[in-house]
Design a protein around this ligand. Structure first.
Ligand code: WQD
Length: 324
């Protein structure tokens, strides 16, 4: 039987490389399209074709897509929340224009299906917990705004054209492939777990915990940490859903479970056996106290469940990279 062909745009990045790995394991023929601006060559797989290209290069996108694909996975984006507030132009250009290029090239070349990396950042300050797909969207940073606009664009295209999409709203992605096959660590990590890991390895002396006076059990913020391999398996399920049924959806990807900043630090101490030096610092602007997803829709539409539910096991997969 002929393999289904998938073009993974942004496939050399942290989440993209895990998606490529999962697609290869599930017998898809994969091509990665990436400009390697944040993606890394060490994240590429010999079994996947690689094209070095930029999403702002419409001709190259169209030429690539004219080879014919059953689906596109679009993960290419700028994703630093703070930077998006300082330099919204960069985020408008890359995230908005880049996505328009991708979707227009799909329509011109007759590719009907796309799985898009969206984000819990579309919700802004949540009004109730856990967050479902009906929760109002109201981003409070420019990064989240770009993700919401891209969702809306896909919704319009799906109504006007033979265009089918699944937007996956990731909550906090963490961990690495348990077999150590993906090695590319982010260079200037902004997110909690990579920062705690840098303290564990001695690369950083100590870290700050932003706020200890939230209305949460231990006063620190609670997030829904989802293992990147679980995110990846949801992409495989989303592509299958699109190929079989073709309905468009927006779906939250989380674990239904919240973990506080202090609980993350304690779990890292347990897993690594090292003491994590930290100090309490003022709250970080724009941080909700709690952000946890309900993944009922993902279970129902994608027949998907996260395999990783234990935070120590999730952190172990990150620590494996340091000790191997
Ligand atoms: C987690 C918690 C911090 C660093 C971000 C984006 C979101 C999504 C996922 C992409 C918070 C605290 C952090 C530190 C700390 N991205 N923290 N000290 O903000 O929940 O989500 O990544 O789509 O859009 O906003 O993740 O890892 O930055 O923070 O205390 O040095 O850790 O305050 O409570 P966040 P994060």
């Amino acid at each position: 039987m002929q393999k289904n062909k998938v073009l993974v745009i942004g496939g050399a990045g942290y989440i993209g490389s895990h998606v490529v790995r999962a697609l290869l394991k599930n017998d898809f023929a994969v091509t990665v399209y990436d400009n390697l601006s944040t993606g890394q060559e060490c994240n590429l797989f010999a079994d996947a074709q690689f094209i070095r290209g930029d999403i702002l290069d419409f001709q190259m996108l169209r030429q690539t897509m004219s080879e014919g694909y059953d689906a596109v996975v679009h993960l290419a984006a700028k994703k630093a929340v703070g930077e998006s507030m300082d330099n919204p132009q960069k985020y408008a250009l890359n995230n908005l224009n880049g996505s328009v290029n991708i979707f227009n090239a799909m329509i011109e070349t007759g590719i009907k299906n796309v799985v898009f990396s969206s984000s819990a950042a579309v919700f802004g300050m949540p009004q109730y917990m856990p967050v479902d797909e009906q929760h109002p969207v109201c981003p409070i940073n420019f990064y989240g705004y770009t993700k919401l606009k891209i969702e809306e664009l896909m919704d319009w295209y799906s109504r006007l054209k033979d265009f089918h999409y699944i937007a996956l709203r990731y909550f906090n992605a963490v961990g690495y492939a348990a077999d150590g096959s993906i090695k590319g660590r982010e260079k200037n990590p902004q997110n909690l777990l990579p920062i705690v890991m840098e303290v564990a390895t001695g690369k950083r002396q100590k870290m700050q915990v932003f706020g200890n006076d939230y209305d949460t059990p231990d006063g620190t913020c609670v997030r829904d940490y989802i293992h990147v391999e679980d995110l990846a398996s949801a992409h495989v399920a989303a592509i299958r859903q699109l190929l079989q049924k073709g309905d468009s959806h927006v779906i939250n990807l989380g674990t239904n479970k919240g973990t506080s900043v202090l609980e993350i630090i304690e779990a890292v101490e347990r897993v690594t056996g090292r003491k994590i030096a930290y100090e309490f610092a003022p709250r970080r602007a724009g941080d909700p106290a709690i952000l946890v997803a309900t993944n009922q829709k993902a279970q129902k539409v994608l027949n998907w469940q996260p395999d990783y539910v234990n935070i120590d096991e999730i952190i172990q997969t990150t620590w494996n990279l340091e000790v191997k």
